[in-house]
Design a protein around this ligand. Structure first.
Ligand code: ZN
Length: 172
């Protein structure tokens, strides 16, 4: 499956200096990357590129929202996102070190897929635990969860310690 929008940036014909690009990210990019974490993704991405002879610096400004599942009640939840990231691309035939912030392209590469970076930045921008604001969770689900935990408490209370059972037999 292909994303709805193309994130391939052909940089080879761009002049040295500053450039600005605008992208839309929707759920199709996430599906392409194999992620089913979010029900819906709706972000706009501004990319500021500073192109130099041997190096390109990209500043990403991601704004929008995603829809996912609340960790408390399991109902859908929308999260607003505002993420900024910088990516540095260097040209080298061989890279002798790796760095999270710097990636290497071959001298004869002509384009770069920015989609995978946008995808990563959005994933990292979402908190690990996502819940509705206090009082906004589905009340029916919360009531159910409460009942289940009460039942479990009762079950524990009713289960007798096996040592007591043994003692009772001994007494009789
Ligand atoms: Zn909730």
């Amino acid at each position: 499956m292909k994303p709805k929008y193309s994130y391939d940036l052909n940089f080879v014909n761009l002049a040295i200096g500053k450039h600005e690009f605008n992208y839309q990210v929707d759920t199709s990019l996430f599906e392409t990357q194999g992620s089913t974490d979010f029900n819906e993704v709706n972000c706009s991405v501004l990319v500021y590129l500073n192109k130099q002879e041997r190096l390109m610096s990209f500043d990403f400004e991601i704004d929008g929202n995603i829809k996912t599942i609340c960790d408390r009640c399991g109902e859908e939840l929308q999260i607003d996102l505002s993420v900024e990231n910088n990516l540095v691309v260097r040209f080298a035939e061989e890279s002798d070190f790796t760095d999270d912030e710097v990636i290497f392209l071959k001298e004869n590469d002509t384009s770069i897929d920015l989609g995978q970076f946008m995808y990563e930045y959005i994933i990292v921008g979402v908190p690990t635990r996502v819940v509705h604001e206090e009082g906004k969770c589905d009340p029916a689900v919360l009531r159910y969860l409460e009942e289940v935990s009460e039942e479990e408490e009762e079950k524990k209370d009713n289960e007798l310690d096996p040592r007591w059972e043994a003692l009772k037999k001994f007494k009789n």
